[in-house]
Write a protein that binds this ligand. Structure first.
Ligand SMILES: Cc1cc2nc3c(=O)[nH]c(=O)nc-3n(C[C@H](O)[C@H](O)[C@H](O)COP(=O)(O)OP(=O)(O)OC[C@H]3O[C@@H](n4cnc5c(N)ncnc54)[C@H](O)[C@@H]3O)c2cc1C
Length: 440
């Protein structure tokens, strides 16, 4: 087996070379607050920022270091509605007009993208954000047809601004022959995920939110009209509680744990590429997401020197070298011209799938939650954190958000995703079969 790793191969996320989770302050957990937010990712911080702007006292409790979850390790692809309700079967997209709820979900996702852009713009967050456009790469002709139906809805109800690319246009955008076709979504883009997170953290702290590291919440109990939260660094009483733990939701809330399914998403970064490859792979610097059931996604690094390639390599535990080998094989299948390129970084993080493939904000046992990114949360979880804050500030009903319905559960699932290796592998095999049939 040839060595596929560069001499400086690292098992840390590529993004952490610019900003990695750390905390120089380790501030104490205050004794009381208006709102306790559990989990310091995009959702927790955007919620905290909005609450502080309204003058409320906010404490963000983080089990590890701020940004230790998915928010500093993602692919950094941003969009406003393209992933709403994305099922691995791909069957959901075939009603031409869209139901009232579907339209509301799309419109809110689109508004959510503007929430994200406003935060970046208003706070001058230096995070390489570019509205560079996104290519939806059709794995089969059937997927392309399904996407044409979805595209019509996206163009009608969201800011997406997409069109089906001709074959020459696709060839000019992407130097591979593997896809059956492609759609260009112009109102979509890319961000450096850990610099975006670092910007939110700076804003939250600068306007007075306490962000407490290594304060894992172990238990929440009612105390009159308020809540007592027992953390690993002391207790705190909060009038309101918001849970934003997403794929890292643990046993402290068993009711929520059995409604979100944690799944690892893996990524690799190549070594620095030769000039000709840097220029030719994705010449217009789009981000790319495939239509497969178990999708791959990729882009160039912000400096344009590396390819960053992600997906769910497998649905059972893998070390970063094993996942790198699988992703690299998938990368070379798309870009044979990268066959001699070495892998310099490999990492992963947890996303939260839900039983209806949608994120949700709601309440359980009196506490609010914003959970269930389904793998696409840079803009969506930012938005849902913000929206939950607005609901608290305005004392508004959950129905003011299209995502404000309870997370569904399944009686066979108690919080341990025993079925994922079988289900995930089944979908991966179906992707291979579909491709073979499509080629035939
Ligand atoms: C490899 C990878 C690639 C991705 N690519 C993309 C992409 O290109 N585009 C996109 O839109 N999305 C992408 N995502 C998804 C996106 O990163 C997530 O949806 C988003 O970061 C979730 O943010 P969050 O704030 O909800 O949760 P997280 O950032 O996961 O934060 C949850 C936090 O809760 C904390 N926590 C858990 N339990 C407790 C407790 N008991 N007490 C206190 N704290 C607790 C955790 O430590 C963690 O820090 C990707 C994810 C991964 C892993």
């Amino acid at each position: 087996m040839p060595n596929i790793f560069s001499p400086d191969f690292s098992e840390t996320p590529y993004w952490w070379k610019d900003w990695r989770p750390h905390d120089d302050s380790l501030s104490d957990v205050p004794k009381e607050t208006d709102v306790a937010v559990i989990g310091a990712g995009y959702a927790g911080l955007s919620c905290a920022i909005e609450l502080r702007k309204a003058g409320l006292d906010v404490v963000v409790l983080e089990a590890e270091l701020p940004g230790s979850g998915a928010s500093t390790v993602s692919g950094g692809q941003t969009s406003g509605g393209a992933n709403v309700g994305k099922k691995p079967t791909g069957r959901k997209l075939d009603s031409a007009s869209g139901s009232g709820r579907e339209i509301a979900l799309l419109q809110e996702a689109s508004d959510g993208y503007r929430t994200f852009e406003r935060l970046v713009h208003d706070h001058k967050i230096d995070c390489h954000y570019q509205r560079s456009g996104r290519i939806v790469a059709a794995w089969t002709h059937e997927h392309l047809e399904q996407w044409k139906v979805k595209l019509d809805k996206l163009n009608r109800h969201t800011c997406t601004d997409g069109h089906v690319m001709s074959t020459p246009e696709l060839r000019a955008e992407l130097d591979t022959l593997i896809y059956a076709g492609g759609i260009l979504l112009k109102y979509a883009g890319q961000v450096h995920p850990s610099l975006y997170f670092a910007g939110l953290l700076t804003v939250a702290r600068s306007i007075g939110a306490a962000v407490c590291s290594r304060a894992a919440v172990a238990r929440i109990t009612r105390q009159g009209a308020a809540f007592l939260l027992a953390t690993s660094r002391g207790s705190i009483v909060a009038r309101r509680v918001v849970i934003t733990t997403n794929g890292y939701t643990g046993e402290f809330m068993p009711d929520l744990q059995r409604r979100v399914i944690p799944v690892t998403s893996h990524q690799i970064a190549t070594e620095e590429l030769p000039e000709d490859l840097r220029r030719s792979l994705i010449p217009n610097n789009r981000v790319v997401a495939e239509t497969k059931r178990i999708s791959n996604y990729y882009r160039m690094s912000p400096d344009g020197k590396r390819m960053l390639f992600g997906g769910r390599a497998r649905f059972f535990r893998l070390n970063p070298r094993e996942s790198a080998a699988i992703l690299r094989a998938q990368l070379v299948a798309r870009f044979p011209q990268l066959r001699d390129v070495k892998i310099a970084y490999s990492w992963g993080g947890l996303v939260a799938l839900t039983f209806d493939f949608l994120p949700h904000i709601n309440r359980t046992e009196g506490v609010y939650y914003a959970l269930g990114c389904n793998g696409s949360g840079v803009t969506m979880m930012t938005h849902l954190g913000h929206k939950t804050a607005r609901i608290l500030i305005e004392d508004a009903g959950l129905e003011t958000s299209a995502y404000g319905v309870p997370l569904p559960s399944n009686r066979l699932y108690r919080g341990k995703p025993w079925f994922m290796p079988a289900v995930g592998t089944y979908y991966q095999v179906r992707d291979v079969i579909d491709k073979a049939k499509d080629r035939a």
